[in-house]
Design a binder for this molecule. Sequence first.
Ligand SMILES: [Zn+2]
Length: 118
Amino acid sequence: MVGEHSELCDADGFEPCPSGEFARLAQRLRARRNRRTLLCSLGAAAACTGAGALLWHWLSAVNTSDPAIAGIRCSQVRARAAAYVRGELAAEEQRQFALHLAECERCRRFVRAMGERT
Ligand SMILES: [Zn+2]
């Protein structure tokens, strides 16, 4: 005699469920969910790292923006600002400084602040 359960399974074309199948299925689902959670947190971490890297890149790009104006870079102006304020630069350098400062607000402020300190 065949049980009711088996008849149902056969009608759907399935083998009767072996014992323990449900537990295995549940375990598989749990494993899948764990994997997905792990992937999600990895993805979030990657997104955070990406955003951080982007921000860092942007900040360093701003910090290292060092255009050459009138033939000298802002970093050079800052390095030589003290000499410029004291009038120790060669005439050509002095002229470049003046041109740079006329164009560059940041360096103008920097040199002015240095002039006020000395
Ligand atoms: Zn400048």
